[in-house]
Ligand binder design. Structure first.
Ligand code: 2BA
Length: 110
C-alpha cells in the first residue's frame, strides 16, 4: 500500500476530492500553508493499493492546473535568484500539484 500526499491549490481541491470520491478512492483533506508564498493551500492524503498509484497521479494531473502568481516573498530570495538578477515582485508558477508517494509499513482500519 502507498500513501499519496498531494499539495494542491485550494481552488482545485473540491474538484479533485469530488473526482477521487467518484472514482472510489478514500481521501482526507488538510488545510496547509506553503512556506514560500505563505498562502493557504490544501494537502490531500490518499491511501491506495500500489497498482492504483498511477491512476491517482493521473487524476491529480487532470484536476490540478498551474497558475501564475506575482508575489512579494516574505523570505529573502535565494543566492541563485539574486545571481539571476530577479527583483521583487517575482512571478512564480504554482502547481498543478506536488505529490509524494510514501510506502505504508502497515495499515489498520479499526
Ligand atoms: P509554496 O512554498 O508557497 O510555493 C509556491 C510556489 O512558489 C512554488 O510552486 C514555486 O513555484 C515557488 N517557489 C517555492 N519556493 C521557492 C523558492 N525558494 N524560490 C523561488 N520560487 C519558489 P510549487 O512548486 O508548485 O509548490 C506549491 C506548494 O507545494 C508550495 O507552496 C509548498 O506548499 C508545496 N511544496 C512544493 N515543493 C515542496 C517540497 N519539496 N516539500 C514540501 N512541500 C512542497
Amino acid at each position: 500500500m502507498k500513501l499519496i500526499l498531494a499539495i494542491v491549490q485550494t481552488a482545485d481541491a473540491k474538484g479533485l476530492l469530488d473526482t477521487l470520491m467518484s472514482e472510489g478512492y478514500r481521501a482526507t483533506k488538510i488545510s496547509s500553508t506553503g512556506g514560500f508564498l505563505v498562502r493557504g493551500n490544501t494537502t490531500i492524503l490518499i491511501g491506495v493499493e500500489d497498482n492504483k498509484v498511477d491512476a491517482v497521479l493521473s487524476t491529480l494531473r487532470k484536476c490540478c492546473r498551474a497558475r501564475r502568481e506575482f508575489v512579494s516573498p516574505v523570505v529573502p530570495l535565494s543566492d541563485v535568484a539574486t545571481a539571476r538578477g530577479w527583483t521583487l515582485p517575482v512571478q512564480v508558477e504554482v502547481g498543478g500539484a506536488t505529490a509524494f508517494v510514501l510506502h505504508v509499513e502497515r495499515f489498520e482500519h479499526l
